[in-house]
Design a protein around this ligand. Structure first.
Ligand code: HEC
Length: 121
């Protein structure tokens, strides 16, 4: 009777809540994976030096600067300032080729910078 009705009402209420929860979750956009946003000027410390080291090898830097950036055809890079790295990579040098953003994206360059900075003593 009344208690039975109340029971049904509760069941309805619970299923409604479950339904609402389910739709709320389904409607929520998947949390975007934080791909490396171009860091304005500072704090490349959040970049992974390991990723940078990998790029350093795959992009060919290592063939001139050595696998550990210890120097080779090119000079050792430990301690080189971020701005120097950026301008050198983008403009090139007497021997060093320049890398366009097509060849090496800003995000990847930032990883390489993080790697080089991790070499600092
Ligand atoms: C073909 C060989 C070669 C490649 C490839 C190369 N470099 Fe170089 N790099 C050099 C040479 C040689 C110099 C010295 C300046 C000159 O003569 O161009 C240099 C200079 C630099 C400097 C300036 C160092 C200083 O003390 O001022 C930086 C930074 C640098 N390279 C980073 C890189 C990075 C990062 C990459 C990969 C994206 C790279 N280089 C790829 C040969 C190379």
């Amino acid at each position: 009777m009344l208690s039975k009705n109340r029971g049904l009402f509760l069941v309805g209420l619970v299923s409604l809540a479950v339904l609402l929860l389910a739709t709320a979750c389904a409607g929520k956009p998947a949390t975007p994976t934080p791909t490396k946003a171009p860091t304005p000027t500072t704090a490349p410390t959040t970049d992974t030096p390991a990723k940078g080291k990998e790029l350093f090898a795959t992009k060919g830097c290592a063939s001139c600067h050595g696998a550990e950036a210890q120097g080779g055809v090119g000079p050792p890079l430990a301690g080189v300032a971020e701005e120097t790295i950026k301008s050198k990579v983008r403009s090139g040098g007497a021997v060093m080729p320049k890398f366009t953003t097509d060849q090496l994206s800003d995000a990847d360059l930032q990883h390489i910078i993080a790697y080089i900075q991790s070499l600092k003593k």
